[in-house]
Design a protein around this ligand. Structure first.
Ligand code: IPM
Ligand code: MG
Length: 359
């Protein structure tokens, strides 16, 4: 029997609440599989920082590299300097473990969840491949003469050939595998802003070069402003998207609305073949924390992505199809805190559905 070592960072706000449900569901699918988990819990969060002034030490990042995967609930505390702990924990994981892909599927499971008129699950099913270690996120820059009238702020965007190549290649492979799974043609769209930010033209060239190796995948391009419009106007046209770190960040929050709510959107931060990290794309939501109303589906789906990555395809499938079934049957009206269903009850509903599906 395989035992996986999983780091758990429940984090702040609704993080621990949704993590509990996600782990409950993980234990439930484990009973049907022949694998086991060893959980290693880490306290890093805004709340922990307020108590201890401790951020993630380098030796812990090295320790994470020895695990099979890391699960993260949510990070962010209103009483801590903006972004301090997010950069330490979330970017610490992404940069420290070189998790160069942020895979964010945008999939609608039930028509009633979609705010767009007359769009069905067949229309909204695409995957965003967000480059996860470069762009504006490298923290290159700073503020000079802070607070003075002469103040200067700089932020440098980094795009390396190696970084773009590995993201683009991953996206082409994904487009190809989605095509064979769905028995249709592969389709990959590059999203950038190379008209106004001319150095992004490196993306155009690398995309075209690598694209030659994938003649079976239809290739096109959209500028990010137009894409924000197009993904609302004709989401059915898109299948796989590859884009920069920041554009991927923004577009996937928008995409979560097409899916029916930020409470269903999950993500995988990957370094294929190495320790990777899985998290809901939502934040710590301090406004609803502690009330037991947060939607745990995104965290549960992130566990599904983790199982899929670890090779436990059957267990991953049980989670996705159970959540899909619950949403499609109309039992859950909103994929966020408006559902009227408590966090723990929604976790129980998923587990019950998994048991039913397993007869
Ligand atoms: C996300 C979040 C993070 C990001 C923040 C919390 C640093 O918005 O995972 O999408 O910008 O990547
Ligand atoms: Mg974001």
């Amino acid at each position: 029997m395989k035992t996986y070592n999983i780091g758990i960072i429940a984090g702040d706000g609704i993080g621990p609440e949704v993590t509990n449900e996600a782990m409950k569901v993980l234990r439930a699918v484990m009973q049907n599989g022949d694998f086991d988990f060893n959980f290693v819990e880490y306290p890093y969060s805004g709340a922990y920082y307020l108590k201890t002034k401790e951020l993630v030490p380098d030796k812990v990042i090295d320790e994470w590299k020895t695990l099979d995967a890391v699960f993260l609930g949510a990070i962010g505390h209103p009483a801590v300097e903006v972004g301090l702990v997010e950069r330490s924990v979330i970017l610490g994981l992404r940069f420290g473990l070189d998790l160069y892909i942020n895979l964010r599927p945008i999939r609608l499971y039930a028509e009633n969840l979609c705010p767009l008129k007359a769009k069905t699950p067949a229309d909204i099913d695409f995957a965003v491949v967000r480059e996860n270690t470069e762009g504006e996120y490298t923290q290159i820059g700073g503020i000079l003469k802070k607070g003075s009238p002469d103040e200067v702020a700089t932020s440098t965007s980094i795009y390396t050939r190696v970084g773009i190549e590995r993201a683009v290649r991953y996206a082409f492979e994904l487009a190809r595998s989605r095509a064979s799974a769905n028995k249709k043609l592969g389709h990959l769209t590059l999203v950038d802003k190379a008209n106004a930010i001319r150095p992004q033209e490196i993306w155009t060239r690398v995309f075209a070069e690598i694209g030659k190796e994938y003649p079976d995948v239809k290739q096109d391009h959209a500028y990010v402003d137009a894409f924000a419009m197009l993904m609302i106007q004709k989401p059915e046209y898109y299948d796989t998207i590859v884009t920069t770190n920041l554009y991927g960040d923004i577009l996937t929050d928008l995409g979560s609305m097409l899916q029916g709510g930020i409470g269903i959107a999950a993500s995988a931060n990957l370094h294929p073949g190495k320790t990777s990290m899985f998290e809901p794309i939502h934040g710590s939501a301090p406004d609803i924390a502690g009330k037991g109303v947060a939607c745990p589906l995104a965290a549960i789906m992130a566990v599904g992505m983790m199982l899929d990555y670890l090779g436990e395809k059957n267990a991953a499938q049980q989670i996705e199809s159970s959540v899909e079934h619950l949403l499609a049957s109309g039992t859950i009206s909103h994929a966020d805190a408006r559902s009227g269903i408590s966090t723990t009850h929604m976790g129980d509903m998923v587990i019950e559905q998994i048991r039913k599906s397993n007869g």
